[in-house]
Design a protein around this ligand. Structure first.
Ligand code: PMP
Length: 362
């Protein structure tokens, strides 16, 4: 096309987001373990709330999300005025980049960091900077060494996707304290709920002016399809983000379903407990078959194979057995497969299939 109508610099460098496989052509029943979804689905209470709210779809939703913010504040012991809600935590990441990083600015994330950091940085016109990890764990020294006067945002997912690894509270605090004054540390807590007693970094947000936390309803709450996430940070930053947020970014059914899911604590606990139990079981079963993984703190494990060829062959075999997992070559982990922790039957199917694959190799 010969046209002078051109996108902003950086946009054409964006590679489209690769979601987990959702289906196998021709297969009647597949087990989807490719997108870190909750195998038990949403709470029934969330579904009821969603249905109820649908009767009011002719009305515009509230713009301030007060009721949901207050509910989040009550469950997590946080100030509702320091919360912002968005269309998944993806939207909060986008707002942060839009608001704080532009041409000539740098956005830092780690080697195996979540792909939306790069996409949102490029969409905002900023330069993404990927720094090395140490043995698949974020490395504070490498991040600090990459910082300079152009650094505006530093994203760390804790636990991280797709590695499942975490860095400790002291390291996170040291990172926050060592950043240049114009840089904001964003702690992405998409998987924080899977870590018993972990606040996702909320206390550090309270203690410092340069830390922000993002969270989601997509994982433990089983609401990936609903698209709701939230952010917690200093009031000044929340004010900035609210200025660029679409006033009606969330619908009433979304808001009501998220609030009902949040309040169904018994269901949340059941999902968390089952994930912890089956994660340990799956990691051990695969290790016994010669497929090790790092200790995962999330709802998936990163299974390591001898090389890319073996990982891909295993993926093909799993797929032939109706099991969808995730290749992570795009995350610089070509010899790994990311497997969501399913319910007990699904985990047993995965272990059985990997055993079948290993037997074929012999
Ligand atoms: N952060 C991390 C680390 C993730 O893995 C994901 C989902 N894959 C997200 C953020 C975004 O999730 P959502 O937009 O559904 O809240």
């Amino acid at each position: 096309m010969t046209t002078e109508i051109q996108p902003q610099p950086g946009i054409m460098e964006i590679s489209l987001y690769q979601g987990g496989k959702a289906n196998i052509e021709g297969a009647s029943r597949v087990i989807k373990l490719s997108s870190n979804e909750n195998p038990f689905g949403p709470s029934e209470k969330a579904i009821e709330a969603y249905r109820r709210a649908a009767h009011e779809l002719h009305r515009y939703p509230p713009t301030d999300h007060r009721s949901l913010r207050e509910a989040i504040g009550a469950v997590h012991g946080l100030d509702p005025d320091k919360i912002i809600c968005g269309v998944g935590s993806d939207e909060i990441i986008t707002f942060l980049c839009q608001a704080y990083a532009g041409q000539g600015d740098e956005v830092i994330f780690t080697e195996h960091g979540f792909s939306m950091y790069r996409i949102s940085a490029l969409a905002a016109g900023a330069t993404p900077i990927e720094v090395p990890e140490r043995e698949r764990v974020a490395d504070v020294e490498s991040i600090l060494a990459a910082c300079n006067e152009k650094t505006r945002l530093v994203f760390i997912a804790n636990p991280n996707n797709p590695t499942g690894t975490m860095i400790g509270g002291n390291d996170v605090a040291r990172l926050a304290a060592g950043l240049p004054p114009q840089a904001l540390l964003v702690l992405d807590g998409a998987y924080a709920e899977y870590v018993e007693g972990f606040d996702g970094g909320a206390a550090l947000v309270e203690a410092r002016e340069n830390v922000f936390m993002t969270r989601t309803f997509s994982k433990l709450y089983g609401l990936g399809g609903l698209r709701i996430g939230w952010g917690y940070g200093p009031k000044e930053i929340i004010d900035v983000l609210n200025r660029i947020r679409g006033p009606f970014n969330l619908s009433q059914p979304q808001l009501d379903a998220a609030e009902a899911a949040l309040k169904d604590r018994a269901y949340v606990e059941k999902c968390r407990t089952e994930n912890t139990r089956m994660r340990a079981w799956l990691a051990e079963a695969l290790a016994e078959l010669g497929v090790p993984s790092d200790t995962s703190c999330a709802n998936f494990i990163l299974a390591r194979f001898a090389d890319q060829a073996e990982a891909e062959a295993c993926d093909d075999y799993l797929q032939s057995q109706g099991l969808l997992v995730r290749r992570v070559a795009g995350y610089n982990l070509p010899n790994c497969l990311r497997i969501t922790v399913g319910d007990e039957a699904s985990c047993r199917r995965v272990a059985h299939a990997v055993a079948g694959f290993k037997a074929l190799e012999k």
